[in-house]
Design a binder for this molecule. Structure first.
Ligand SMILES: Cc1cc2nc3c(=O)[nH]c(=O)nc-3n(C[C@H](O)[C@H](O)[C@H](O)COP(=O)(O)OP(=O)(O)OC[C@H]3O[C@@H](n4cnc5c(N)ncnc54)[C@H](O)[C@@H]3O)c2cc1C
Length: 505
């Protein structure tokens, strides 16, 4: 039986997948497509993470889609508002009816003979159990599956964990009924999740300790952007959004460049901000001064100094130390100090995952992505008709996701116009392999080995620069020297005998 076929299959119904579908509907109106989402709901990250205070850690004027103004006055927005924004986008553009929930994609096999991907998904029930396998085919496959493992976050093996009599939770799987009011809470970690959780939990917990092995740069910004509000009063929502977006893009780029060129100056500026918030007597050197330079790892943004206020009010405390082991009543530290706890939150991060954990094969040969080069931040050397979305590490994810979709739509339209069926990036000549990301963060270092490499030159180099990417992805040449195009393979011949030979029999 013929399999159901689409021009494009999108894997993932989160911010990127729904954005990709929106771009397709508008820029490639004739194309048939479906969005395969493994979970029972859309929204990805913004549906999965339910911990107290869940919010963005970059501003929504750059994290929103280019095509849909973010009109909420909160620049740093709570998870539920982001989720409604994503779902509203799906509803408004009629994308909803193209989304197939509970389709967890496991395998994708490319056949050069048919110029198609065959995509195999587990059909799951409401509890995530497999009930069937579904196969579909497509000409072009777009992976919008995020960058981390959905099944479980990363938790180190804490010695003595089994001895602890309280509750241990990971923010990726927050128990709906966890009651921490009046309890003693220890949050292990110093990243974005920890700094989000702590001020929120500190509102009702007896006390909250942020236990970190080493500090992170923490920067406070106003939850509401005054200039954005002024733009909104003066201009139409679309113009106001565009102006605020560009203001924030430019400020972000300047800040990043200065961090690279004058790290000491930026470091001083960040630490002065912390000192102003916590007072001259607070031990900033121990608790808020990382050993690395700003942007060697992602900075943590906090809205309206909420973390600092919780520390100032003595509702939260920072302890910088290492864990010796869990005890019955809490955590014993290497310094000999013991932290008493009823609830321990392991805000220890995500486990990176390459392309949604899908097994890929090209003409029967398994693809090992760590041996591929990444083309323009989205395609892979020697892998035909496959693109994936991976956002910026130094700016909002969506800025890059939007540009990725722009490029893929241009590629699809070029292929249609020129009657190409196959587009395969091919490295021409020698090139140095560079790690995909140059972040020193633990979660990146743990998982980056499985990622593709970037090259030392265009179009294989990742610039992490929105302005350069606009030039390359929105206006750059599609038919470049390192993208190989092929027309549709000739129809498969069933018999090797000529019609004359058959007639003579
Ligand atoms: C807590 C948290 C806060 C964040 N805050 C910010 C922020 O403020 N700013 C920012 O720029 N970035 C932030 N990020 C990064 C964030 O993940 C992205 O901004 C954005 O949500 C990514 O959207 P996405 O659709 O690409 O991926 P996701 O949101 O991860 O969605 C991927 C979707 O693909 C589905 N999927 C995965 N594998 C498969 C498969 N094999 N088959 C079928 N479906 C599959 C998943 O179920 C999911 O629905 C944050 C991340 C986290 C975890």
């Amino acid at each position: 039986m013929a399999l159901e076929h689409f021009d494009v299959l999108i894997v993932g119904g989160g911010l990127s997948g729904i954005g990709a579908a929106h771009h397709l509907v508008n820029k490639c109106p004739g194309k048939t497509f479906a969005v395969l989402e493994g979970r029972a709901a859309t929204g990805g990250t913004w549906d999965l993470f339910r911990y107290p205070g869940i919010r963005s850690d970059s501003d929504m004027y750059t994290m929103g889609y280019a095509f849909k103004p973010w009109t909420n006055p909160k620049a740093i927005a709570d998870g539920p508002s982001i989720l409604s924004y994503v779902r509203e986008t799906a509803r408004e553009a009629g994308i909803d009816k193209h989304i197939r929930l509970n389709h967890w994609v496991k395998r994708a096999s490319w056949s050069s003979e048919s110029a198609r991907w065959t995509v195999e998904a587990e059909l799951r029930d409401a509890h995530g159990e497999r009930i069937d396998t579904v196969k579909l085919t497509c000409n072009f496959l777009m992976m919008c599956s995020g960058y981390y493992r959905y099944a479980a976050g990363y938790t180190p093996d804490f010695a003595g964990r089994e001895n602890f009599r309280g509750t241990v939770v990971h923010p990726q799987h927050w128990p709906e009924d966890l009651d921490y009011a009046g309890k003693r809470v220890v949050v292990i970690g110093s990243g974005a999740t920890a700094v989000t959780l702590i001020p929120e939990m500190a509102k009702t917990a007896a006390n909250v300790v942020m236990l970190q092995r080493s500090p992170t740069y923490v920067v406070s910004m106003p939850a509401e952007d005054k200039l954005a509000a002024w733009f909104r009063r003066k201009f139409s929502p679309r113009t106001a959004y565009g102006l605020t977006r560009w203001k924030n893009v430019i400020m972000g780029m300047i800040f990043f460049r200065l961090s690279r060129k004058r790290p000491e100056r930026i470091k001083r500026m960040i630490l002065n901000g912390v000192r102003a918030a916590l007072g001259p007597d607070y031990d900033i050197a121990t608790h808020f001064t990382p050993s690395y330079n700003p942007w060697d790892q992602r900075l943590c943004l906090v809205p309206d100094e909420d973390l600092f206020k919780a520390i100032r009010d003595k509702r939260a405390e920072v302890v910088t130390d290492t864990i010796e082991r869990f005890t019955e009543g809490g955590i014993l530290l290497s310094s000999g100090k013991e932290l008493e706890a009823d609830v321990i939150v392991s805000a220890t991060g995500l486990a990176l995952e390459v392309l949604g954990g899908v097994d890929f094969a090209v003409d029967g040969k398994t693809v090992d992505f760590s041996r591929t080069f990444n083309y323009r931040g989205m395609m892979f050397s020697d892998v035909p008709n496959l693109a994936s979305t991976f956002g910026y590490t130094n700016a909002s994810w969506t800025l890059k996701a939007d540009l990725t979709c722009d490029y893929v739509c241009r590629l699809l339209n070029t292929m249609e116009r020129r009657r190409y069926a196959i587009a395969t990036p091919r490295v021409k000549g020698d090139m140095e392999a560079v790690p995909f990301l140059d972040f020193s963060s633990g979660y990146v270092q743990r998982g980056i080995g499985k990622f593709p490499k970037q090259g030392s030159r265009a179009p294989w180099k990742l610039y992490q620069n929105y302005a350069l990417d606009i030039l390359s992805l929105r206006y750059g040449r599609i038919e470049d020297d390192e993208m190989e195009f092929k027309r549709a393979p000739s129809p498969v011949r069933v018999s090797t005998r000529t019609p004359e030979a058959i007639a003579a029999e």
